[in-house]
Design a protein around this ligand. Structure first.
Ligand code: ATP
Length: 292
């Protein structure tokens, strides 16, 4: 991955963008709180009274065995699943009836399992979709090709190009995603999420399908991002989670069974029992990337 490992802006500063300076929301307020979340699919209780807080500027890991409810909770945070109980607050404000298309406007970006890129759009166009949060012209303006829309188009293109360059993928800007190797497609999907310069990044299994060295780079990238945004990370690769997360919540069978720092979670017998193995214990040997 490219120079994204070098923070472009420190926490609390104003980020510089192709359109000029934009006042970034105060990163100290970028707190996501999920309280008492309950979700049932028919007769299956996927989540029962689960609470989790992603603190500003922190990487929060969400782990648990298969079927624990991780993706369901992630989807609640994305507005893809509506809980039957509990509440969500973002920056201290209650969020009701969240819909996925509202996320970008709230300063929240996500990558889902898989890559979910548009096959008929080039890599650059895919990332421009992500940068759209910053477009000022409305749909009607774009339809009428008014000047501001042209300026927006140029700004979106510049922002998307910068996001691709940050992830070392700018040379694929004109390619179609279907022809690229899977790890590269994942990088493009991440560039698309980062192109809107989010204050909260939701990552669902970003390391799946990545080789060891790519996973290490991803870990370093996530730690770097935490200086600029809050991150919720759902991930099966325990060593990655233990290296990059500030806090971890552990689910099992739809319930929260543990929460705390990586060290606290690793030392919790309930976690070991839930995994019925020594996967978590093994992960303890991993070197920490960086915890500021
Ligand atoms: N759309 C759905 N309809 C019915 N049941 C569902 C649905 N989505 C999830 N479930 C059930 O809810 C429970 C939690 O699933 P979820 O996918 O959230 O777990 P997970 O921790 O993400 O699992 P994995 O690690 O295998 O992806 C499981 O019992 C699952 O079968």
């Amino acid at each position: 991955m490219g120079p994204l490992a070098e923070p472009r802006a420190t926490a609390g500063s104003t980020a510089v963008h192709p359109r000029g300076k934009r006042q970034r929301a105060d990163p100290r307020t970028s707190r996501l709180e999920l309280t008492g979340i309950t979700v049932a699919f028919g007769g299956v209780t996927a989540l029962a009274d689960v609470s989790l807080t992603v603190e500003p500027g922190q990487v929060h890991g969400l782990i648990g065995p298969n079927g624990a409810g991780k993706t369901t909770l992630f989807n609640v945070a994305c507005g893809l699943v509506r809980p039957s109980g509990g509440q969500m607050t973002w920056r201290g404000e209650p969020v009701r009836r969240l819909r996925p298309h509202q996320l970008a406007g709230m300063g929240i970006a996500r990558t889902l399992q898989g890559v979910n890129l548009f096959a008929g759009l080039t890599v650059l166009e895919n990332v421009m979709v992500g940068a759209h949060r910053h477009a000022r012209a409305g749909f009607a303006s774009a339809l009428l090709a008014l000047p501001r829309s042209d300026r927006d188009e140029r700004a979106l293109r510049a922002r998307a190009t910068a996001a691709l360059a940050d992830l070392g993928a700018e040379r694929y800007a004109g390619a179609y995603p279907g022809g690229l190797p899977y790890p590269l497609q994942k990088r493009v999907a991440l560039a698309r999420a980062l192109a809107c310069d989010p204050d909260l990044l939701l990552l669902d299994e970003p390391a799946s399908g990545l080789a060891e060295d790519e996973m290490r780079e991803l870990g370093e990238l996530i730690r770097t991002l935490s200086g600029r945004m809050s991150v919720l990370l759902v991930e099966h690769h325990m060593d990655l989670v233990m290296r990059v997360c500030d806090r971890i919540t552990v689910l099992d069978s739809g319930r929260r069974i543990s929460a705390g720092t990586p060290a606290e979670v690793q030392a919790d017998p309930a976690v070991t029992e839930a995994y019925l193995g020594d996967e978590v214990g093994t992960a303890g040997a991993a070197e920490p990337v960086r915890h500021d």
